[in-house]
Design a protein. Structure first.
Length: 151
């Protein structure tokens, strides 16, 4: 059985860049304005906003380009900052998480593990409540999981 990639398609990747790029741009603009002011104790604020901008940018790249490879062994997480393999024997379930942030509903898929905390699957975040692409990804993961566990 061939391996299957789970991640954002090009349209979702572009949409995420626009949404998250605006946040990074706003933080950068705040830094520039603070640098140009004559406030004597501004450097702690500029440094804090700078760190926040870097964290936001790395989080954006991690969200957009993170993917999971479904193999016979398990789920291979490949993100900007890490690589990790979760064997199918450690998977207790696949769940859809819905949360409300700033009056928007965000959905993503999570791997519930037998031991340890649940992990968000990269490339599955969406703000659409009824997303056929998210459901397709969930079905693909559950199908691979059931084949690996049941033989």
């Amino acid at each position: 059985m061939p391996a299957v990639w789970i991640g954002f398609n090009s349209v979702d990747r572009q949409r995420a860049w626009w949404q998250n790029g605006l946040v990074t741009l706003a933080l950068t603009g705040t830094m520039v304005v603070m640098i140009l002011t004559n406030e004597p104790n501004k450097w702690w604020f500029v440094s804090g906003v700078g760190v926040l901008a870097v964290v936001a940018f790395v989080g954006t790249v991690n969200l957009i380009y993170g993917r999971v490879l479904l193999t016979a062994r398990g789920l291979e997480f490949r993100t900007f900052v890490s690589r990790r393999v979760i064997p199918w024997s450690e998977v207790a379930g696949i769940e859809t998480r819905r949360r409300v942030i700033r009056s928007r509903i965000l959905c993503d898929l999570r791997v519930v593990r037998v031991r340890g905390r649940a992990l968000t699957i990269p490339g599955t975040a969406t703000s659409r409540v009824m997303d056929a692409e998210l459901e397709r990804k969930q079905v693909a993961i559950q199908e691979r999981w059931s084949r690996a566990v049941n033989g």
